[in-house]
Ligand binder design. Sequence first.
Ligand code: FES
Length: 114
Amino acid sequence: MITSQTLTWHAAAPVASFPADGGACVKIGHRQIAVFNFAATGAWYACQNQCPHRMQMILSRGLTGDHKGEPKVACPYHKKTFSLCTGENLNGDDYQIEVYPVKIENGMVYIGLC
Ligand code: FES
């Protein structure tokens, strides 16, 4: 179980580095992390950059949107779609991605990692 005590917050990049209503990839340690700025709602999300379908480092360039009120990203290669809240695959496949908490402080984007 993830608690605030087990999380470490890592500075990713300034808010201005991320496109509005789009994503960008940051590297923290050995991890590539896709960060999404849902400017229309003011919400931010982060997940692994690697798509589990064909192990491509691509999700930061995916298409973002909404699935029944849940924020999602669709891989640009074969359109596997994932919840950015739970990491669940929304096509009914067994694929799952890791998602990470995001916070904004003083114009900087932070990712919470265990
Ligand atoms: S590589 Fe992402 S859906 Fe196939």
